[in-house]
Structure formats: C-alpha cells, structure tokens
Write a protein that binds this ligand. Sequence first.
Ligand SMILES: Nc1nc2c(ncn2[C@@H]2O[C@H](COP(=O)(O)OP(=O)(O)OP(=O)(O)O)[C@@H](O)[C@H]2O)c(=O)[nH]1
Ligand SMILES: [Mg+2]
Ligand SMILES: [Zn+2]
Length: 338
Amino acid sequence: MIGRVIKGIGGFYFVHDGEKAVMGKARGNLKRNKELIYVGDIVEFEIDKHDCDNECVINRVVERRNFMTRPPVSNLDMLVVVFSVKEPDVNYPVIDKLLAGCELKGITPAVCITKKDLVSAEELEAAMAIYRGIYPVVSVNGNTGEGLEDLREIIRGRNVALAGPSGVGKSTLTNLLHGDASDLVSGTAEVHSSDTRNAADAATDAARKERTAVEAQGRTGSFASIRTRVETGGISDKTGRGRHTTRHVEIFDLGDGTYLYDTPGFTSIDMPETEVTAVRELFPEMREPGQLCRYRDCLHINEPDCEVKEALERGEIHRSRYNSYLMMIEEVRKWKKL
Ligand SMILES: Nc1nc2c(ncn2[C@@H]2O[C@H](COP(=O)(O)OP(=O)(O)OP(=O)(O)O)[C@@H](O)[C@H]2O)c(=O)[nH]1
Ligand SMILES: [Mg+2]
Ligand SMILES: [Zn+2]
C-alpha cells in the first residue's frame, strides 16, 4: 500500500493511506542503512500481520520531490518562513538562510510576519518592506486572526510547511488555520519540555498514547470527528513551568486541498552546503542586476562596476538582505577551509 507519513515520533511513524492513519515502524533494512524517513514522505507500507496492534511496516520511501533537513520535511510545494519582529526579536540572517535553503531546494518560499500587535505600524512595515517584491509577504495577529485570510490565500491547495524560530506562533497559526477541518492524526499527546523523563522515553510514551487514539478512531470509524489542537507556547500549567514548544513535524489537512506541516522552531540554522558563487543565486533580487556587473563571476563584494552594489546604494536591494548575503558568503568560506 502507498501512504504518506504525516507524523514521526520516537521511531514511530503515522502513515495516512488517504482515509485513515496507521502507526508503524521502518523495516529493518531501512534502519540498517540509516535511511531517514521524513514527515511528508510517500512510502510503501504493509500491515504487519504478526503484530496484534495492527501496526504497519514501512518498506520503502518513494523518491522525494524535495526535502529539507531543518526542519526535516519532504515533498513541499511551499515553505512559509514565519517570524515575529519582537518576542522573540527577529534575527534576519537566520530568516534569510531559511529562505536561501528554499531557493537551493527548489521550494517556493513565502514570508509571514506574526505578532503584529507587538510592534508599531512603522516597524511592521519596515520588516515587510525587506521582503516585498521578492516573496509573497503577509502579516498576521495570532491572537485575533487578523491577516489569516491573506495567509490562507497564499497557501491554498499546496503542501506547505510553516518554519521559523521557536515561539513566533507557528502552532498558533496552525490551530487557527486548521479550525474545524478534518484531522489526519488525532490525540493530544504532547511532549512537555518540563517533563523530567528523558525525551526519548517521553516521545515513545506519547506515540503509544496516540496509537490508542488512532485505534479508537479506527473502531468507531469517525476519523474526522475527533479533533486535536497543537499545544502552543503559552504557560502550560499553574506553576508556570513548561512551554509547549513543538517537538515534531505534523501534517494537518486544512480541508481545501491544503496540507499544512507544523514544524519545531529553532534558534540558529547552518548554511546549506553550497559553493561561494552559488550563494548569489539564492538571492533572487540580485539576479537581474548581477547580469550587469563588469565581471561575470562578480561576488558583489568589492569588485569594480558592480551593479548589485549600485542597486544597494540606490536602495533597490535591501541592506539587511545584503548583510545576510555577506554573512552567508563568509560562512561558506569558513566551511571550505575546514
Ligand atoms: N502577542 C501575540 N502573541 C502571539 C501571537 N501569535 C502567537 N502568540 C503567542 O506566542 C507564543 C508562542 O506561540 P506558538 O504558536 O507556540 O509558537 P511556535 O512558533 O509554534 O513555537 P515552537 O513550537 O517552539 O517553534 C504563545 O504564547 C502564543 O499565544 C500574536 O500574533 N501576538
Ligand atoms: Mg509550535
Ligand atoms: Zn556584482
């Protein structure tokens, strides 16, 4: 049978066959070859007849259209880079690296700025202006849902991941967008960062709980009737401990042909492995002026008659993006020397 991996947790995977999700493991040969299974993967699987829990075994991963390692996702049509200007403060080089990663992997990027309620209209506009004209840009308020329809419009009908720093509101958006749409996996098992057990144990536990939920659904046949919400980063209990930071990727069916991947946040990101000259290509706004530079191999740093630097001076290329570009070049050079 063919299905899609919609969630992976502690070595267990949830595979959706178009109607329901079954939990399973990777076959031994996949494990031995250290082949990774990403959420989003299309896989060949079979129900394990010897397993009384009716779990499945994943035999093979169908060739991926694309994949990313951070966050670990595959077969995307689009990746929405989500960030807030404040709480947490934006780190533009990290945002730009994620966008560059999309360019490198051939995944269409978009930008979503959250927590617009925490900044002035001018601050928000300054952030949006950096990306406007390069990528689709929307701004949202996760508390009120303002701007949500703009985001929905951009992502409609696609396999799309929300990715970005921790705490910016990705899971909040997932919940808002998901609304009453049908679930792929039900159950509310969640690994709390305040958990004292080690993370692997907790993950396995959570997976078991979810399996129970999936089975319950199978029996009642009411897959869509049980809803799940992604826990978001608010304070999780009265003691104020533990934030519900997302620990694993999960795909949600928004019901209109959109499949939304909620992903764990991060604070830093490595430069994708590439050549110094290839970094230029990862900044779409540099491509056209770059054609007019005196030297074909111009890196737009200190070469004469560099049209990219001219465009920078004229304000057509944003200073913040150019700084990210320089940092990425430096990082690639450092990698090359190692
Ligand atoms: N003020 C304000 N707070 C928001 C907004 N959106 C989300 N939050 C809050 O920000 C916190 C973090 O939200 P999450 O949705 O958990 O963030 P996340 O991006 O999923 O974080 P990770 O799972 O750690 O990557 C929560 O307390 C949300 O209630 C917003 O638009 N404005
Ligand atoms: Mg989250
Ligand atoms: Zn140049």
